[in-house]
Ligand binder design. Sequence first.
Ligand code: NAP
Ligand code: ZN
Length: 333
Amino acid sequence: MPIHAHAASAARQQLAPFDYEPAPLGPHDVEVTITHCGICHSDVHLVDNDWGVSSYPLVPGHEIVGTVSAAGERVTHLQNGQRVGIGWQRGACLTCRYCTTGREPLCKDNQATCAGHYGGFADRIRVDSRFAFPIPDRLASENAAPLLCGGITVYSPLRDFGVTPDMRVGVVGVGGLGHLALQYARAWGCEVTAFSHSPDKEQAALAFGAHRFVTSTDAGAVRRAGGLDFILSTVSADLDWNAYLDALAPGGTLCVVGVPQSAISVPAFALIGGQKRVVGSPIGGRAAIMEMLDFSARHGIVATTEAVPFSEVNPALEKVRNNTVRYRMVLTG
Ligand code: NAP
Ligand code: ZN
């Protein structure tokens, strides 16, 4: 039976219905019948070919929740009918030094769910079962779907870069990733500052867990917010990076997960004097994803969503493009 999906046929085109025959189910694969799929800004970057890596027809979607509807003969840890989530990564070698230490996104054979494969804006998908994660019962599918990419991308830097509860953390951008980052950083025990160029998001940012809100269009205000140990940028636009480096305490780290268009250019002395670091971070490995789902269920961390049917995918993508979503669009079957 063909999979019914929505695909872009060229860069910046509207998505249209697109059917394809799935590859045969491999011994470790599962087929998942999709009930929910979040729209990450990376889906917009892919449709628009912002990164120059897109190939068409392109079926976006990598914040998937659904139920297992078929399993290969070697799959023992998932059952038919079980609710699972799938994120950005759909496969890896599972034997290299990165895979065997929980850093599967760094594997040279890592496969992306919707780049080079057809993704989750569809009724079904087939992936390696080792990249399909049981969703804790306490999390509703609509609000959990965005955790599979947005959630793990902002959770894993707290873990990987040694953020501790005594630290002051800044989150730049209160969007899909940012509103989750505020919740994780607060639950982590940190003092949290939200930076946003949308003043109307102040009340929501405080409700998500920020202790204070800084309007980021004022570079002076960003600098005055200083003394931060860790700043996480979730923004897809170019920023005044020097202002954020000035807002770091000595020894502080600016971690970039958002993908702005231009190169990030910083003067050497902005790093040298205060021994500051600029780092990047991808999604997170399988162990981190399972930990993140458990942490989210325990702390009640979920995405604030706007749900629409798959048939309304084009206006939904447009809302992500023009930053009018509060705070994650989710397509539902
Ligand atoms: P999103 O929901 O659109 O949120 C991005 C936020 O950036 C917006 O809500 C806005 O926050 C801020 N922003 C947008 N335009 C801006 C501008 N011109 N100036 C300043 N701030 C601006 O997007 P998302 O889904 O969270 O994704 C954010 C970025 O992360 C994307 O580039 C995406 O590709 C990337 N990403 C990376 C990874 C990874 O593995 N590293 C994983 C997932 C996503 P305010 O209105 O609060 O300013
Ligand atoms: Zn994503």
